[in-house]
Design a protein around this ligand. Sequence first.
Ligand code: PEP
Length: 260
Amino acid sequence: MRPLFIAGNWKMNPGTSEAAVALAEAVKAGVGQETRVRVALCPPSVFLNAVDGVLENSPIGLGAQNMHWKADGAYTGELSGSMLVDAGCTHVILGHSERRHGMHETSQEVNEKLKAALAAKLIPIVCIGETLVEREAHKTDEVVGTQLEESLKGLTAEEMNGVVLAYEPVWAIGTGKTATPAQAQHVHAFIRSMLREIFGEATASRVIVQYGGSVKPENAADLLACPDIDGSLVGGASLKAADFLGIINAGLAVTAKGKA
Ligand code: PEP
């Protein structure tokens, strides 16, 4: 069975390296050596080194929030996969909706980044999800399916085994609106059926598909208990150690009841 995987996307927060270190230290202390639920922190890239230092001797992974697909060269302001590995990263978030919609990042670019991340031996967390307009037009499956196909294009089943997906309905990110467990499970089951079609049953049953969108300690258990939801990508609630630990504890409780 798939272990639950909870990742904190700190976005452009907190404001200082001292605050980043303090947040990472509090999460590290709360997680201890617990590994039944996997955890990763994704701070802003300028804090990666400092947070990596905190996470020494901890099972918590370290993720970046973006990367470039080129290995080096004249790409001002960008970071390569090998630079992220050098900074201590194990994971990288790709195609977050704030980049797809705010910075016009395309699924073709996400696909290039994904291949570069795998070449650098990073675990990519590839985000897909529909806007409110698309959901209301009953286009959720179509939009999510197209993003999935285009973002994962050309990957072998073996490569796909090393990829994490995050279903993040855009209307639920940072808005306080969460997909109901039934809404989220429907899309997760659809994603898994597409993985089965493209990569086969063995890979489809192995790939972790996180849910993201206003996950909090209060709603985490119901979402994480759904059969095809394998964890969460957490934004706002990952900025308070107590809330993030509350979500991890909800994952542990679900796991203890036989989820993983
Ligand atoms: C996110 O940033 O991926 C996210 C899901 O944010 P929030 O939890 O704040 O909705």
